[in-house]
Design a protein around this ligand. Sequence first.
Ligand SMILES: [Zn+2]
Length: 479
Amino acid sequence: MTRIVVIIALTLVGASARAESVDTAALKDTVIESVDRQSTTMTQMSDTIWAHAEIALNESESSAVLADYAEAGGFAVSRGVAGMPTAFIASFGEGQPIIGILGEFDALPRLSQAAVPERSARFEDGNGHGCGHNLFGVASLAAAIAIKDLIRDGQINGTIRFYGTPAEEAIGGKTYMAREGLFDDLDVAISWHPSYETRVDTAGSQAMVETIVEFKGISSHAAFDPWNGRSALDGLELFTHALNLWREHVRPSVRIHYAYVDGGGAPNVVPATASASVWVRDNEMPTVLEMLERMREMADGAALAANVEAEVHRVTGTYNLLQNKELAKIVQANLESIGPIEFTPAENEFAIKLQNAMGVPAVGLNGTPEPLDLNATEIEGGSTDTADVSWIVPTLEFSVATAPTDIPWHSWGVVASSGMSIGHRGMTHAAKTLAASMVDLFTSPEKIDAAKAQFREDLAGLSYHAHIPDGPPPIPDSH
Ligand SMILES: [Zn+2]
């Protein structure tokens, strides 16, 4: 039936442009079928990664699940890139365009939870996928595999490259990969993120610098000879007081937060060391760097007043996310043509129980894509290392519903829904959307050109520089 309609359409219109659009639609059907064929394997892989729940740079099993699947699918895989054992790149095809797809797989500490709609830890103090990254990496890789088949069969030309990007929740693996130049030759990068809504947001995320501010003094007995001591804690308290007064004089977009890491040991010892972890955020990196310099002056001033030494160490920095509007239009069109995620009544029931348990309105699930707002300016709080990629190549990261509406993120509720069919259904939908959007990019060079033109406009003459310390990142404890 479809074939007859196509033949009639070709006969009537006769234009090659029509034939091309028919081809693109057929290729999209092919990649969507490929994702459907992979869905059982996808569920198994995401459940394995969910059960391992490995945190930043400890993701050895999770990374291997994905890298092995890519290798079995015929990709050339480089493991342990950019000084991180769990970072890898899987590549297939040759020549232009080169399209990159990003996949995360790290979990969060202390969020262990069974796939049930009430609080129930699988392991006391264990870790959990409270951001749905067990779904993230798998969907991205499944889409890459679908595109690989088209390249292998000669239906499209170019290179598909999957980036296994570790440690998004801490450290920021993509920033280390970016510094190595691993994204430099891409034409476009595309990504998605699990969410409780399906949405292409164009406003982006905030730039951030994470620091440790450290004071060093001289210890002494706090009662016997306090005059011999120089309190590092005095320095730190003066510094955080200055930080708090400063909040009145920054732009509304600025966020400053800190936590004391070392506040001294015992009241009868004048502390020789004291430190705090301080994060500053704003909508763009240049103003974040200005704030960092102001913070150094405050630390020096506090040190002078307390007669101690101060040092500001930069731990990591992340750019603001530049969401490419041309890529946004492509993804939105595919989300709309693929249609809403069809959650089952049982899944809605699970969602409502979970919402009741978490104290949010019991409205169930929402699989319908939100409308695209290309003029959105309201930047949500929070930062991501995908932003660093977005300063190197045209990039878009969109959200797909994998969890009940409005539940708190980075929570046990996200772990629960990421380990059952609600999460799996969102994951499959994300893979289809990614693959269909890449079909558009591989078949329409003009769409890549438009994304690049938009990218140049967004950069506004600025260039990328990774704001991280020298050398590979330190590997944190497994807990
Ligand atoms: Zn996340």
